[in-house]
Design a protein around this ligand. Sequence first.
Ligand SMILES: [Zn+2]
Length: 79
Amino acid sequence: MLPAALLTLAVLAAPAAGKAKPATNTKDPVCKMTVDAKSATVAVRGREYRVCSKYCGEALQKDPDKYLDKDGSVKAEKK
Ligand SMILES: [Zn+2]
């Protein structure tokens, strides 16, 4: 099996918008502020993220690779 074929399948199997996984992050991926269940959320690549404001949400959606790792985890939460 070719790794490239697996990668293509993974991309095709990515969930469509509207079926995003619920947010679990405790820090805003953009500004690193603490966020909680009452914070606003934005959907990025099939997963929701809590953000402090719509401005951070827009920044996250515009450039997700800057704030998120490939597996979808929030860089700001790592040490
Ligand atoms: Zn923020």
